[in-house]
Design a protein around this ligand. Sequence first.
Ligand code: NI
Ligand code: MN
Length: 223
Amino acid sequence: MKLTYHGHSCFIAEGSKYSIIIDPFLNGNPAAKIKPDDVDVDAILVTHGHADHLGDAVYISKKCNAPIIAPYELVCYCEARGAKGHPMHIGGSHEFPFGRVKLTIAHHGSTTDTGAVGNPCGFIVTMDGKTIYHAGDTGLFYDMKLIGETNNIDAALLPIGDNFTMGIDDAIKAAIFLKPRIAVPMHYNTWDLIKQDANRFVDGLKGSQTKGIIIGVGEHVEI
Ligand code: NI
Ligand code: MN
């Protein structure tokens, strides 16, 4: 699986036949180097309703005729705006043509311009035999240990920006709970308020069973 970072919490995962985008915040994302029109995916996964995650999801859904996979209330919001949707909820999993998706808890909020849209989530995605965990926006929680025990995670995508989410020290603890093969920092340096030195995250994982890997914006890793 090819995993490309597009800044903030946006990733595109490409398998041998299918590709998905997670938290497609491109327009208005000062870090992103691509535009929604550059995106060609089979599904759009959105962790919560905040604009820096929902982003261009509705536009991309219409353009690609691809479903938005998200918590039920957020999917209702998107369907009312003309998107295709596949509602799910926390703890539920579903086998899609591209692979399996399971929703996890995330400790955060989820609002749009119209108000609250249910709970935020994280995603466990298995595609082509590889498993990624996108934590969404969240603080550290001890159930990450359970997620690590019940999933063989190849890559954990973890917020490190602090202020709105975990900071670096809690993200290091999260990676130790999750035991992924690699841990990739996200949700940092988009704005000054979440400015972080991601090298400190990488250094903090030395000696653990997880390798911290910084993916530059527009760059990718093979998992
Ligand atoms: Ni948020
Ligand atoms: Mn956010």
